[in-house]
Design a protein around this ligand. Structure first.
Ligand code: SAM
Length: 251
């Protein structure tokens, strides 16, 4: 998919353009509180946070409630950014929102942020090249010792991914196309119904990582892993098995 098509996809998947009051996944909440507050609330007051894929500002307003004072957040859908700005002024929020693509953030200075927060599977929305570019931008804009907090999809966390992959290989092959392993379409649409077009080659794909692969990529790109958890590692009653919650440090 081209960038324009990516943007169109997100506009159509419009729950995110008005999701500012939706509660956060408890894993996200856990990751944010654990690492933002690791040195206490006072230590957070001068910390600068870069937040990726803000849509209507839900995660940014949440971080402000935790105690973050300086947030710059971006999304590549201009309409979402406008909504986030309106929501910010209605809430007297100090968060600053701008239009940007995580693969190219040249508007931001080097070594400026203490934290980069890319939650809600941001790194699963790009291809291999996009992943490398995004990670490079995060590393460039973080200070030495800055933390990168994110979540990502676990390929082995969903039992039927292998079967889906196999089916797609055949379905795409019959359409004269080749699907890359671990890039999978959404099988349910925003109304939570099965999307009957999921086997078509024009679908927006998500990348599902294995733990080893993600750890390797982070190390290769100069990050030290501090936390790599799933709900089962965090909560006594895990409900979700497909998301990794990760904290790593620029070294
Ligand atoms: C799943 S939504 C999450 C929105 C918001 N973070 C939340 O949880 O409420 C992902 C967001 O990332 C944005 N996005 C996807 N790819 C992006 C990219 N390459 N650069 C910037 N934003 C992107 C989409 O426009 C969308 O708003």
């Amino acid at each position: 998919m081209s960038l324009d098509n990516d943007i169109k996809y997100w506009k159509l998947d419009s729950i995110w353009g008005s999701a500012e009051n939706m509660p956060l996944h408890r894993g996200m909440e856990w990751l944010l509180r654990k690492w933002l507050l690791r040195k206490g609330i006072e230590a957070l007051s001068d910390k600068k946070v870069l937040s990726g894929g803000c849509a209507s500002g839900r995660i940014e307003f949440h971080m402000e409630n935790i105690g973050v004072k300086h947030i710059q957040a971006f999304d590549f859908v201009p309409e979402f950014v406008e909504t986030a700005k309106r929501n910010a002024s209605a809430r007297n929020s100090n968060a600053k929102f701008f239009v940007g693509d995580m693969r190219e953030l040249s508007c931001l200075e080097n070594a400026h942020f203490d934290y980069a927060v890319y939650l809600n599977r941001m790194l699963c929305f790009v291809d291999d090249a996009g992943f490398d570019k995004s990670l490079r931008e995060i590393r460039r804009t973080l200070k030495q010792g800055g933390l990168f907090l994110f979540d990502a999809l676990d390929y082995n966390g969903r039992k039927w991914n292998e079967l889906l992959s196999f089916f797609l290989k055949i379905a795409w092959g019959l359409q004269g196309a080749k699907i890359k392993p671990h890039f999978l379409p959404r099988v349910r649409n925003k109304d939570k119904r099965v999307d009957l077009k999921f086997w078509k080659t024009d679908q927006n794909l998500l990348y599902w990582f294995t733990k080893d692969e993600l750890e390797y990529k982070l190390r290769q790109n100069g990050f030290k892993i501090l936390d790599f958890a799933k709900e089962a590692d965090i909560f006594t009653d895990p409900k979700d098995s497909i998301i990794f919650y990760v904290a790593c440090e620029k070294c």
